[in-house]
Design a protein around this ligand. Structure first.
Ligand SMILES: CC(C)(COP(=O)(O)OP(=O)(O)OC[C@H]1O[C@@H](n2cnc3c(N)ncnc32)[C@H](O)[C@@H]1OP(=O)(O)O)[C@@H](O)C(=O)NCCC(=O)NCCS
Length: 173
């Protein structure tokens, strides 16, 4: 394992965060984060696609729900990732990084942490949907080993299609 270096030297830490660009730490969601993650989601997605408070509450209560926060300072969130799992199958509900923190490894760190947590709790694969015209997200998922499995027509409330993507995160049995 590579050791942690001086955060100011721009080097990569053992988890690969480029601390020269943005400093953040990963932690678990607490109920106090609810309003801020809802706000982050509103800012990351178009109005028709962003989750309402009721939807967000329901997703946080899914079986095996896990929510990881990337905290960029006291009371400040750079992004978050929400997923759930049941019977060995993980489902990535959303991955949100605020625009000013993008392309600095925040999303990758959140995803790595989420996969690690779900694998430790028995998930062997991850599934997600992403809009067919969301090129940054498709590039992101591809980079992290997610592969297209099919297309869901009219998946989003605004009529856009989604790709279903999957990644194996652990060996079965
Ligand atoms: C998709 C998203 C989560 C990526 O977060 P991020 O913190 O920028 O991701 P990282 O910096 O860890 O990873 C970046 C990698 O993803 C890919 N990527 C991310 N944004 C990209 C873009 N605009 N164009 C091309 N590739 C992109 C690249 O492979 C990139 O690696 P590189 O910077 O070394 O080239 C972020 O753009 C986001 O929150 N978007 C809005 C919400 C959304 O669409 N979520 C995903 C659908 S659920």
């Amino acid at each position: 394992m590579r050791g942690r270096r001086d955060p100011e030297d721009g080097a990569r830490t053992e988890r690969g965060y480029n601390l020269f660009a943005v400093k953040f730490r990963l932690r678990s969601y607490t109920p106090q984060d609810f309003e801020i993650i809802h706000e982050v989601d509103q800012r990351c997605f178009e109005k028709e696609i962003a989750y309402s408070r009721a939807e967000m509450r329901a997703y946080l209560k899914l079986p095996g729900a896990e929510c990881v926060i990337a905290e960029s300072g006291p009371g400040k969130i750079a992004g978050f990732c929400l997923a759930a799992h049941e019977k060995g199958v993980g489902y990535l509900v959303t991955m949100d990084v605020l625009e000013k923190y993008r392309r600095q490894g925040v999303g990758g760190a959140l995803l790595e942490e989420m996969e690690k947590r779900l694998a430790a709790r028995g998930a062997q694969e991850m599934w997600l949907e992403t809009a067919t015209d969301n090129e940054p997200a498709i590039a992101f998922w591809n980079k992290h080993g997610y592969r297209k499995q099919g297309t869901r027509k009219n998946y989003y409330p605004n009529g856009r299609d989604a790709y279903t993507m999957r990644k194996k995160i652990a060996d079965s049995g």
